[in-house]
Ligand binder design. Structure first.
Ligand code: GDP
Ligand code: GDP
Length: 439
């Protein structure tokens, strides 16, 4: 089920990232071996009253001129209106109300999205300072005084946000549709691929602010099966600023990943793996999504014997945390191997949905432990009593052990490799969890 999305919008320096970090807090997952993910915190999972949601900081680049600030803010507001279920509009009591604030307010008012207004840097508990009353002039009604630095008023703010969350749907009604995120940097060929799949030019969804981007999903039927392609292309056409484009395309890619069963991580054959590719792939990996590394524009590459294998090797070296993913070389322009892509999607989806019987699993585990002894520390050896699969998409396993501390990263990797060589699990991450007997 997709989580509600909450976007924070506001002028530079009002405290967006401070608020973001406060709400996301320790929930921002840190995976040391996945590069690029935590480098900039603009997208995180958070939780309030037991409900998980996605938090987006729409700010980022520091604008230099007032004119630029205004443009940036309108752009942010647009992004928020497109993608969020609830918008937090953040203001700053220290600077008071500015013209840019009023412009954004006017824009947000027109959207149908719920907006919760917060006035930041109200650092003292108690009476609302008199200067706060000016914010009523925005015409957005009541607001929440908060202090992001001191964590004041944020519970009330989140309560108000929570009120606007869409009803939780139960069950997965779209069981029979495989959801595919087509992700990658701008111009890698995402739209071209979807157009190629459709066999015709796709009608571009209108660019009017407030148009929901969910409409960009493309449902495709092939051999009686349904596939929902989640495209992330649309956004780029609106911005001329390089970092801006990159940043938003990363956010959109992350959102697509969250909703997907299978990610097509598109790499430009001309460029190889870039930092942004690593970031996007890292996120898909972290979220436990099945992935296919899709190298596009293969038609543009001059080939000799071994070019493909050489490039496959290089790509898997760059994305070494994702060495389970199949790599396919396609051309969205000529249609080369696009059929093959569908076969791979079916394949990795099945792999990610595969369940191993506990008996068989433990036979394999025992054999693996006989081949390579579990690690020991200060005379105490790790004992793995048994393991069981607790979930699919991605496959998740729980290992019952005598002492978690004795587990070693390299032994975990050994077990994962053993699972792969016995059961496949191609294209999907595998997650292991350790439990002690009395946990
Ligand atoms: P952003 O540009 O909107 O992301 O703003 P930042 O989160 O980077 O904050 C801008 C500045 O305001 C930083 O110096 C913060 O320390 C400061 N700041 C943020 N929240 C508060 C607050 O609640 N009270 C006070 N006094 N300062 C704050
Ligand atoms: P997006 O931003 O990822 O959606 O990228 P587009 O689909 O808009 O493609 C960007 C540019 O790359 C366009 O000019 C496409 O015609 C071109 N392009 C996309 N795929 C291919 C391909 O497989 N081969 C070649 N030669 N060009 C491609």
């Amino acid at each position: 089920m997709s989580k509600p999305v909450v976007a924070i919008v506001g002028r530079p320096n009002v405290g967006k990232s401070t608020l973001f970090n406060y709400i996301a807090g320790k929930r921002i997952s840190i995976t040391e071996d996945t590069p690029g993910i935590t480098r900039d915190r603009i997208y995180a999972e958070a939780e309030w009253r037991g409900r998980k949601f996605t938090l987006i900081d729409t700010g980022g680049i520091e604008p230099h001129t007032d004119d630029y600030i205004k443009k940036m803010m309108l752009r942010q507001a647009e992004l928020a209106m497109e993608t969020a279920d609830v918008i937090i509009f953040l203001l700053d009591i220290k600077t008071g109300l500015t013209a840019a604030d009023s412009d954004v307010a006017a824009m947000l008012r027109k959207s149908k999205k719920p907006v919760v207004v917060a006035v930041n840097k109200v650092d003292n508990i108690g009476e609302l300072p008199p200067e706060a009353y000016e914010f009523y002039n925005l015409g957005m009604g009541d607001f929440h005084p908060i202090s992001s630095i001191h964590g004041l008023g944020i519970g009330d703010l989140l309560d108000a946000v929570f009120e606007h969350f869409p009803e939780e749907e139960d069950g997965d009604q779209e069981e029979d549709v495989i959801k595919i995120a087509v992700i990658g940097k701008p111009n890698v060929g995402k739209s071209s691929l979807i157009n190629c799949i459709l066999g015709e030019e796709r009608v571009i969804v209108s660019d009017i602010p407030g148009t929901t981007r969910d409409a960009i999903d493309t449902l495709v039927e092939r051999n009686g099966k349904l596939y929902n392609f989640i495209d992330t292309a649309g956004i780029r056409k609106k911005s001329r600023i390089e970092e801006d484009i990159e940043r938003y395309s990363v956010i959109r890619s992350f959102m697509a990943v969250d909703r997907a069963d299978v990610c097509l991580i598109m790499i430009d054959a001309n460029d190889g793996v870039t930092e942004q590719d690593t970031k996007i792939a890292g996120y898909a990996h972290e979220q436990g999504k099945a992935s296919i590394i899709t190298v596009n524009k293969w038609d543009m590459i001059e080939k000799e014997t071994g070019t493909l294998e050489k490039m496959r090797k290089e790509i898997l070296q760059e994305l070494d945390f994702m060495n389970y993913a199949p790599v396919v070389f396609i051309s969205a322009k000529t249609g080369q191997r696009v059929e093959r892509l569908f076969e791979l999607v079916d394949y990795v989806y099945d792999q990610a949905s595969f369940r191993v019987q506990t008996g068989m699993l433990n036979d394999v585990l025992n054999e693996a432990m006989a081949m390579v002894q579990p690690p020991s520390d200060k005379g105490k050896r790790l004992k793995i009593y048994y393991m069981t699969q607790t979930g699919i998409k991605p496959p998740r396993f729980v290992l019952f052990v005598n002492d978690k501390e004795l587990m070693h990263f390299s032994y975990e990797r050994y077990i994962i490799n053993t699972l792969r060589s016995n059961f496949g699990f191609e294209g999907t991450p595998i997650q292991l969890m350790l439990k002690e007997k009395n946990d």
